[in-house]
Design a protein around this ligand. Structure first.
Ligand SMILES: Nc1ncnc2c1ncn2[C@@H]1O[C@H](COS(=O)(=O)NC(=O)[C@@H](N)CS)[C@@H](O)[C@H]1O
Length: 443
């Protein structure tokens, strides 16, 4: 059985979820009331459901329920990146300033960069991104075209001293990113790497339970002349997306070739007068940017002297691209896109647990037995068991808030008619079925 490893600090307004000896890693503190400084739903729910706890502006501890979701998101990303042929590495958070002086980004990166000094007064920084580190890695390892194409990726914490962290984990200062870096001998091959990541991203987000909207975008501080942003649609999204209304269909069919020609842009490059399609063919949506990919050629390999010898013996700068996904942002963005007034509605693929098991009759020995039996029979990393002494109302409200895809509810009928209720959190539909059938259905 998974034992609770953490008994988080109980605050007066909190109740812990499971307080019997049969514990889950979910011995959490829950806040009944809505935290005051939250502007959007996902920020409120992530605090109330005990996913994260803020320790400073834009900086969070990840509590058991939130960490399970983060790990599920990482798992999907890792699986699809590996299938694309990318190779996982792990680069350091703390970086020496001299790498950024070589690329000449050190002085123009601005106040977002957290600058540190080590004990010898050397200038260091907490990485907001890793193009320089990745280029330094490759210039030491790769000398010949035979080693390319190569795509390295990591899932690593970043720090960006955002002037206004907001919306909780959606725009944090310390945040988790999957960042990948591709290396090729020329533009044509680099474009292949770019397109391969484009397709991989669509696969990743579809596995998480939604089709992203992909738009051509600005390249900003990362640089280069080609970039696409991936967005999850949400009315509270900070970006306005302008696209041909044929786009969603093409994305569903992953028709990458036609995607290249269709009009789809982020707000910072859309202009009504230069828009090539008629108004009636244009869709407008709010989106949350969850991924951003770039091609920037030799922007880093030239100043940092990362070269390879090509097949015909020429010594050329490596063509590079970088590909980011906001792993921790996704936890908030997915809540923003999937919730109702009762709480979170997790897509099954990333839910912290698959089933919420609620025993309504904690004083009835037989019900406790049945609930414990169901809990023990089903794989305990799939079941969150609420056997607290709380009222029925609190139990239902809390399980709906946590937003697991399914609930199994044990009540009086479990004893009298061998029946339990199965609730589907997405549709709200509740069905009565035999206990054995419930167990078989989720085994
Ligand atoms: N302050 C932040 N909080 C949470 N997620 C963020 C934050 N800033 C960026 N992200 C996420 O990180 C993704 C990639 O960031 S980025 O700046 O666009 N791209 C890069 O840093 C490149 N190095 C890609 S490897 C974004 O699409 C966004 O989803």
């Amino acid at each position: 059985q998974m034992r609770s490893k953490i008994s988080l600090i109980k605050e007066k307004s909190n109740t812990d979820l499971v307080n019997s000896e049969v514990q889950d890693p979910s011995t959490l503190s829950f806040k009944e009331q809505t935290p005051t400084d939250t502007e959007i739903t996902s920020h409120q729910y992530s605090i109330r459901a005990g996913l994260v706890k803020q320790i400073a502006s834009g900086i969070y501890s990840w509590l058991p329920l939130g960490l399970l979701v983060l790990k599920n998101i990482e798992g999907i990303i890792r699986d699809e990146m590996n299938k694309s042929g990318a190779i996982e590495v792990l680069m350091p958070c703390v970086q020496p300033a001299n790498l950024w002086q070589e690329s000449e980004r050190y002085n123009n990166y601005g106040k977002e960069m957290l600058r540190i000094k080590d004990r010898y007064e050397s200038n260091m920084l907490f990485g907001p991104t890793h193009e320089e580190v990745a280029t330094d890695l490759i210039r030491g390892m790769v000398k010949s075209y035979k080693n390319l194409p190569l795509c390295l990726y990591q899932i690593q914490w970043k720090f960006r001293d955002e002037v206004r962290p907001r919306y909780g984990i959606m725009r944090g200062r310390e945040f988790l990113m999957k960042d990948a870096y591709s290396f090729d001998t020329d533009y044509k091959n680099a474009l292949n790497s770019y397109n391969s990541m484009y397709k991989t991203y669509i696969k990743i987000f579809k596995r998480m339970g939604f089709t992203p909207i992909v738009v051509r975008a600005d390249t900003g501080l990362i640089g280069g002349n080609l970039s696409h942003e991936f967005h999850i649609l949400a009315s509270t999204g900070e970006s306005t997306l302008y696209y041909d209304n044929k786009l969603p269909e093409l994305l569903k069919n992953e028709d990458v070739e036609s995607l290249k020609s269709i009009y789809a842009v982020a707000d910072n490059i859309h202009h009504t007068k230069t828009c090539p399609i008629p108004q009636e063919q244009l869709s407008l949506s709010k989106g949350i940017e969850i991924g951003h990919i770039f091609y920037f050629g030799n922007k880093y390999s030239k100043p940092m002297n990362a070269k390879v010898t090509t097949q015909n013996g020429k010594n050329v700068n490596i063509h590079m691209g970088s590909y980011g996904i906001g792993v921790s942002r996704l936890v908030g963005a997915i809540i923003e896109a999937f919730h109702d007034d009762k709480g979170i509605i997790w897509p099954e693929a990333i839910a912290p647990f698959r089933i919420g098991l609620i025993n309504l009759q904690i004083k009835t020995g037989k019900c406790v037995e049945i609930a414990n039996k169901i809990y023990k029979t089903l794989k305990s990393d799939k079941v969150l068991y609420d056997d607290t002494e709380e009222s029925i109302g609190v139990k239902f409200a809390r399980m709906d808030l946590i937003g697991l895809p399914w609930q199994i509810i044990v009540g009086k009928k479990a004893v009298s008619e061998n029946l339990v209720e199965i609730k589907n959190r997405v549709t709200g539909e509740v069905k009565e079925i035999q206990i054995e059938e419930a167990i078989n259905r989720f085994t």
